[in-house]
Structure formats: structure tokens, C-alpha cells
Design a protein around this ligand. Sequence first.
Ligand code: FES
Length: 268
Amino acid sequence: MATTATRPGQERPRARIPAKTLRNDRWWLPPLVTVVGLTAWVAYATVRVFMHRWYWVEDYHYLTPFYSPCVTERCLPDAAHFGRFLPGWWIIPDAALTLPFLLLFRLSCYYYRKAYYRSFWLSPPACAVPDAHRRYTGETRFPLILQNAHRYTFYAAFLIAAINTYDVVLSFRSLSGFGLGLGNVILVGNIVMLWAYTLSCHSCRHIIGGRLKHFSVHPVRYRLWTFVSALNARHMQLAWITLGTLAVTDFYIMAVSAGWFGDLRFIN
Ligand code: FES
């Protein structure tokens, strides 16, 4: 009997194959790695966001991206580059203005959608492995239809990357003028990767090169589109790399701020 495909709103029986799947490779490994990796990262980030300390290194002006911009009354004055206008309640993250948008940006990202649909929702866990759910409605209904708003979260992420860049520029000021330490190297590495991930977004690629009839009359957009397309081909890798650089950057700044070890200084 031929296998039948199931479309949104349409229920058709699967081919009568007694085995759950005919795949005999380790198809379960990528979803498992995804679950472990994302769970560990979300757990770390949640703890850090609600820790409300060790986010700022006074001497070298290092601010962790998890607290940027710091906008609650609880923020240290020197770390609050854009004012402290939100109440300092424990439940409010100090970067409450940006974190929700970053969360939505990543949650609705085309790559992460694939990753968590497969690994957490098992829909389906892998190619040629049956869906764990009886019905499949795709992203045609609430709440998943909201995923289509991803392009708007891209604009927010772009602005936030600009704010993070500003933080990195400020971090080159030490107590005696210009300074350079390992913290700067880590912050620069992180922001470069964040820009690469943000610009590699599928929505960004469409904003730059979409809706054009002829690239020949838009040479600048064509060049930008070519650049963004090259990044876009590595979107999955950049999604994971930035989770790593964000965690490393935050941990390093926490450690220096807490006095667990000093910053390795090259200049001043
Ligand atoms: S598609 Fe992944 S960030 Fe836009």
C-alpha cells in the first residue's frame, strides 16, 4: 500500500507498517542533543537573569548582554546607560525591555522552530519517523500562526544588537583611559557572532533582496543579499554558536565581577 501524506485539516491514514519506523540509524540522537542543549542553556539563562547581580565590572565597564540595557531601579547607576525607569521588583529582569523580544526572536526563528518541533514536540522527531501526535495542523492556527510575525522580531533584534555593540565600545574604557583585556576579546567575539546570526535571519534576507524584479538595477542590494545569503546558509550553526558565546560572555563577566578571578589585561 502506498504511503499517504497528511496535510493540515486533512486526516488520512498512515501506511500499514507495523514497525514504528524503518530507519535503523541513530535518528534519535539529534533531537536528544537538542533537548539537552536547549534545556541546559535556558536553565542557565533563567538563573542568571533572576540573579540580579554580578553583571557589571566597574573597572573595565563590562556589561553582560543578559543585563543590557539595564533599566530597573535596581541597576547600578554606571551600568544603566539608558536610564532606570522600571521598578526593581525581583520578578522583573533588569533587561526587561529587550529580553522578551530576544526570546520571541529566537522562539520564532525558522531554525529553532524546526529544532524544538522535532525534539520537544516530536512532530516529527526525524524524517521517516512518525509524528508523535495524531493530528497535524502546521502553523495555520492559533497560537502557532503567530510564528509568522517573526519578521517584526527581527527589527527588534537588530536594534538590540546595536545596543550590545554600544556596550562593547564602552568596554574599551578602563580606569586610566583606553584599556584592553580578555573580557574585551570575549565581548567582541560575542557581538560579531550575534551580528552574524541576526543578519543571517531568513527575514533579513528577504528584507534585503526580496520583492525585486531585477537585481541588475539594484547592485548594492544584490551585494548585500549575496553576503546575507552566505551567512544564511550557516544559520543553524550561528544559532548554536551564539548560544555558546552568550553563555561564555556572561559567565566570564559574572566571574570577574564576583571576584572569582581577575580579568587578564593586555593594556591598562
Ligand atoms: S530565521 Fe532564524 S532568526 Fe530569523
